[in-house]
Design a protein around this ligand. Structure first.
Ligand SMILES: Nc1ncnc2c1ncn2[C@@H]1O[C@H](COP(=O)(O)OP(=O)(O)OP(=O)(O)O)[C@@H](O)[C@H]1O
Ligand SMILES: [Mg+2]
Length: 209
């Protein structure tokens, strides 16, 4: 069983969205997957999973709320993959979850305003060497400027962290899909579908290997 977490120091940067995208990709590959939702204020993934069920979208994705890692550990027996979504601000649970995970994704925007706190969190988590090796920064909600993406990539590279080899582009259409309980490659728009498939494939490869 693999545990993959999405953590961050900035709110609204795509943690819950990418968690759902990865969960859907894994489920479509027949992995038994659950989302562990630690954001008890928002329960983004739990609400989305219920919406998905109401709209009859297959495969169903289990998403449960958790307050502690202890509870998660005792519940996840029998799953191939547990995708952990965490709160907007990093806290002590962020460190615990990261230690427990096989891969720790840190989504970030391309601006220095986003990169600075993200890389600071990455450094903080890396004080535990074994966690440092699991960190993968993901450029998320990127705009259409290749220059900004390349600049961000070199900033992450210079900081010495691994990066996902695909970016998650900002497109309005993704929001409509999420609102209906879909995610990523389930998009009805072929362009969005293609963009999702690249990110999904990159995340899934890391998640399951
Ligand atoms: N690629 C995208 N294009 C457009 N909108 C997006 C994209 N990805 C996510 N969003 C939207 O951005 C908002 C924030 O995304 P999300 O909830 O995934 O972030 P988060 O990091 O989990 O936020 P929080 O810190 O509040 O938990 C949501 O409204 C979501 O629908
Ligand atoms: Mg969230």
């Amino acid at each position: 069983m693999r545990i993959v977490s999405f953590v961050g120091q900035k709110g609204g940067i795509g943690k819950s969205t990418l968690a759902r995208v990865l969960a859907v990709a894994a489920a479509r590959q027949q992995y038994k997957v659950m989302i562990g939702d630690f954001d008890l204020q928002q329960l983004t993934c739990v609400e989305w999973s219920a919406m998905r069920m109401r709209n009859g979208i297959e495969p169903e994705i289990d998403a449960r709320a958790f307050k502690s890692l202890k509870k998660l550990r005792s519940t996840i027996v029998g799953y191939d993959l547990v995708v952990v979504d965490t709160r907007g601000l990093a806290d002590s649970l962020t460190e615990e979850v990261s230690q427990e995970s096989d891969v720790v994704f840190l989504p970030t925007g391309t601006s220095m305003d986003d990169l600075r706190p993200t890389l600071a969190l990455a450094r903080k988590l890396s004080t535990n060497r074994s966690v440092g090796k699991k960190i993968v920064v993901v450029l998320s909600k990127t705009g259409r400027s290749d220059r900004l993406i390349e600049q961000a990539e070199s900033t992450i590279f210079d900081a010495g962290f691994d990066m996902l080899n695909a970016v998650w582009p900002e497109r309005d259409g993704f929001q409509s899909d999420l609102d209906l309980g879909r995610a990523g490659s389930e998009s009805s728009n072929p362009h969005l579908k293609m963009a999702s498939q690249k990110v999904e494939q990159a995340m899934l490869t890391l998640a399951m290997n």
